[in-house]
Each structure stands twice: as structure tokens, then as C-alpha cells.
Design a binder for this molecule. Structure first.
Ligand SMILES: Nc1ncnc2c1ncn2[C@@H]1O[C@H](COP(=O)(O)OP(=O)(O)O)[C@@H](O)[C@H]1O
Ligand SMILES: [Mg+2]
Length: 337
């Protein structure tokens, strides 16, 4: 985990310490460290004696250049989703230690020492395709378990946070800024919002995967605040568009990144086929394209592209939307990535 440069502000310190104290979790003088990486929450580690917790508070105005607002209620969605996901795959998410509605914070288990965010590892050239396979397997486990659980689908039926944090800032803004692609993007959104097959994480991104950097090490998927009953293809496309972005940005690691993407999709498809049916390749790649376009022209642009890479990513996304490949093998054949 990376710590942030800025110190923890006093208001957040008070809230975090009070929440932990009231939950009976604090014994001794607390030491706080802010965690870097998030744009939509304040996240701090609070250590006291031998114990350490993560305290997370949702922001209503996100830390991006453009105005982007979202309701803080999503914290409670996150807590509920984490608890459910923990029941299915206890090694793959933090435990929810406490939910404090009065202070608007969640207290979570801190990742074990050594876990680091996968985005940084990928950008640093530490690309291990087996992580793709493991993510495909755990995502499939969550999708399959929730697909046959009407209680979960009802509990997470509200798609409002997904609209505020994904549909509007990604799909709608990308469509607005690329009128030629707008009808294709609108059709994807229609089909997706009309699908409520399983519990969708909604932010299944390398930034939200904490990985132990050793062979067969552990892995956590965090940040479930946009979880909702929806279309499983969104999570697959979300991770895939991130990997495609890394291929554009780090052509020297193209082969390992492609292998990571292939193992992710293949493992996921194998493990969901029986319950969810055949993964629709063209629909998946069209979403992947729309998301890549959104990360160039939407409200949450990729922070590691050069100007040339931005242009290549946009051109690739528009090509893929015009003539959508039917799965990753066809994508590699069709493009130079
Ligand atoms: N339980 C945890 N253990 C360790 N680090 C964490 C934990 N939860 C969050 N973090 C760190 O804090 C960052 C931001 O948290 P996250 O839940 O992803 O919120 P945001 O919605 O702001 O992205 C993560 O990218 C990760 O580095
Ligand atoms: Mg995050």
C-alpha cells in the first residue's frame, strides 16, 4: 500500500479515532497514516499498539479535475457487499470490522504487510499472468454465487451509485464527446441497465486489487462502493479495458499483459459458462472499447498516458466500436496492440 503525501486532516482524524474508540477497538495512542490512491474516499490506517485498521469515509465531491458528485450512502452498500463477498471468498476481501453510520465511516481489516496495488506493479513492469487467472476465478465465483441468490439481487437492486459513478461520467460523457460513437454507446448502456443477472463489483480495476508480490501469493479485491445487481459483462470489460490501457502505455510488456488479459477472460468464461452462459465476446469487447474511450474523453481520464498514447487509445477504441472483434483473440489479430 502506498501512503499519501498530505497529512490526515484534523476532522478526519477526529472521526476515525472516535469511531474506533466507540467500537471499542482502540487501546492506546493512535497513529494515523493516510493511504494514497483513492479519488472518492478518505482512507487512513489507524495503528494503536499491536492492532491496525483501515478507516474509510466516502466523499460527496470526488477528487478529479471536473465536478463529479456522488452520495455518501454508497459506504453502506460497500459494507454490505464486502460482507457478502467475504462469505463467498473469505481470502479475497477485507473483513468489515465496524460500520459507523453516525460518523459516516467504515472500519476494515488492513491488508497484510507486503500487499501492494496491482496497478503500480503493472506499470512498473511486474506483470504476472497468473494474477489474471486468479482474478478471473474469484470474479466468476462472486458472479455465479450471486446469480442464484434472489436475496442478494434484491438487496443490491439500486443502480443509482453506478449511474453517478460509472454510467454518467464514463459512458455518457464519452458519447457526448464522440458523437459518431454515441448510438453504439447508448445501445450498450440500454442492454446493460436492463440486465440484472448477478452482483457486479462495478470498479473491478487494478487499482482496487491488492496483490502479494510472490508466486501463489494472496490477493484482495477492495472498493465495493458501486456494487449493484447488474450485468456481469461490465466487470470483465472494466478489468480488460484497464489491461488494454496498460498495453498502450507499456508496449515493452505487451506479451505478458496480453497473456494476463487472456488468462483472466478464459478463466472467467470457463467458470461461468454453466451458470451464466457463453460469455458474449462482441458485447464484452464493445464495452471494453466504450470504457477505453471514456478513459480518454470521459471525466476520469487515465493518469499515465502521453498525448500520443491518448490518441492511440482513442483511435483503437473507436475502431473497436465501429468493427467490434468477437473476443480477445480476434482483438489481437485485428489491431497492433
Ligand atoms: N483494507 C485495506 N488495506 C490496505 N489498503 C487499503 C485498504 N482499503 C483501501 N486501501 C488503500 O487505499 C486506497 C483507496 O481505497 P479504496 O477503497 O480503493 O477507495 P477509493 O474509492 O477512494 O478508491 C486503495 O487503493 C488502497 O491502496
Ligand atoms: Mg479504489
Amino acid at each position: 500500500m502506498a501512503t499519501a503525501d498530505a497529512p490526515v486532516d484534523d476532522a478526519l482524524r477526529d472521526v476515525a479515532v472516535t469511531a474506533l474508540r466507540e467500537a471499542g477497538l482502540l487501546d492506546g495512542a493512535p497513529v494515523l497514516e493516510p493511504l494514497a490512491g483513492g479519488v472518492s474516499n478518505d482512507v487512513v490506517v489507524v495503528r494503536a499498539g499491536a492492532t491496525a485498521f483501515v478507516v474509510k469515509r466516502a466523499l460527496t465531491r470526488l477528487r478529479v479535475a471536473e465536478v463529479w458528485e456522488a452520495s455518501a450512502e454508497r459506504s453502506y452498500t460497500e459494507a454490505a457487499a464486502l460482507r457478502w463477498a467475504h462469505g463467498v471468498a473469505p481470502d479475497a476481501v477485507p473483513r468489515v470490522v465496524a460500520v459507523d453510520r453516525r460518523h459516516g465511516v467504515l472500519v476494515l481489516e488492513l491488508a497484510p504487510a507486503g500487499y501492494g496495488d496491482w496497478k503500480r506493479q503493472l506499470l512498473a513492469g511486474d506483470v504476472r499472468p497468473e494474477v489474471g487467472a486468479r482474478l478471473g476465478a474469484v470474479l466468476a465465483a462472486w458472479h455465479v454465487a450471486s446469480a442464484s441468490d434472489p436475496g442478494v439481487l434484491a438487496e443490491f437492486g439500486d443502480q443509482e451509485a453506478f449511474r453517478q459513478l460509472r454510467l454518467d461520467p464514463f459512458y455518457a460523457v464519452a458519447a457526448e464527446r464522440n458523437p459518431a460513437a454515441a448510438p453504439a454507446i447508448a445501445a450498450l448502456v440500454d442492454r446493460m441497465t436492463g440486465t440484472r443477472t448477478c452482483l457486479v463489483h462495478g470498479d473491478f480495476s487494478p487499482k482496487n486489487v491488492l496483490v502479494e508480490p510472490v508466486v501463489d501469493g494472496g490477493l484482495w479485491v477492495i472498493d465495493w462502493e458501486v456494487a449493484h445487481a447488474g450485468d456481469p459483462v461490465f466487470d470483465v470489460a472494466f478489468l480488460l479495458h484497464h489491461l488494454l490501457g496498460k498495453i498502450v502505455a507499456r508496449p515493452e510488456h505487451r506479451d505478458e499483459l496480453k497473456a494476463t488479459a487472456e488468462r483472466f477472460v478464459r478463466t472467467y468464461a470457463d467458470r461461468t459458462r454453466e451458470t451464466l452462459g457463453v460469455l458474449p465476446g462482441r458485447y464484452l469487447l464493445a464495452h471494453t472499447a466504450a470504457l477505453l474511450l471514456a478513459r480518454v474523453d470521459g471525466r476520469s481520464p487515465v493518469d499515465y498516458f502521453t498525448a500520443d498514447q491518448r490518441d492511440s487509445a482513442r483511435a483503437l477504441a473507436l475502431d473497436m466500436l465501429r468493427e467490434t472483434p468477437d473476443g480477445v483473440d480476434e482483438l489481437w489479430r485485428m489491431t497492433s496492440v
